[in-house]
Design a protein around this ligand. Sequence first.
Ligand SMILES: [Zn+2]
Length: 307
Amino acid sequence: MPARLCRSLRQTGPRSRRVLAALALAALARVAWAADYSGPLFDAHLHYNEEAFNGQTGPYPLADVLSRMQRNGVRAILANSRPNEGTRQLASSPLTRQAGVTVVPFVRLYRNRADYDNWYRDESIYAMVQTELARGTASGPFLGLGEFHLYDSGNANGAVARKLMALAEEKNLAVLAHVDDAAIDLLMAATPSRGQKLRLIWAHTGGGASTARVDQLFARYPLLMGELSYRPGLTCEGGKLCPQWRELLLKYQGRFMIGSDTWVNQRWADYDGLMKGYRVWLGDLPPDAARRIAWDNGARLFGVGEK
Ligand SMILES: [Zn+2]
């Protein structure tokens, strides 16, 4: 070996070791980042429907659903139900307090399944909402409206839909809307501020809307929030975040929330798996961003204390 090369290797040796050490540290940091998120969760899309509680004799009584939340570190829930009785039970039961779960109650716009397709033009729904708001729950007033669906975005122009959006803004109620991107613009346009002051939580963050379109709407409406259950394209291999979504979540880390969407009993059966799935991809984010999406954003939106 030529003496010069030998000397040069000796000189670079320690540097190589430093590089190797730095790489090893980076790998360790990556492992630390990749660990599942372990902090509190705010379930921002929860239903406690009749099929679950069924006059308190259903397959998922209060004690059962609360223990599911508790063992998954779910410390607050945005709750709504068809009919509203399920939410009232959750909000008023001493079991809920014992489980350490804070309930943010929303008025569901449906008394039964027929209301799904007609609420946006049915004056009796508007009257029902007024009655429920006046009545509240044993643990406090309703803080929002929804979840509601619009299968045709044009129905966002329905007289009752428009009145309810204006009411929400006036009374500072949040809304949980399962709608497409076109309906977001229409619902926002129905408020006095033209959407600048409406706290609209977009269930499933628009389903099929592209990340570019979500970005555009988030930029347009400063209080628009995205809930991430059933969101296509969110996760890739191993339940980790897909690159485009990771970028969007980091860009708007103050605007996203997670949710179970327990719309059918199967989702209650899967509750552990759903929350575990969130913890996996949340662990893929820097800890601050993960904590915001998992907990802080929902807690801030509804003034829920530290957990
Ligand atoms: Zn839902």
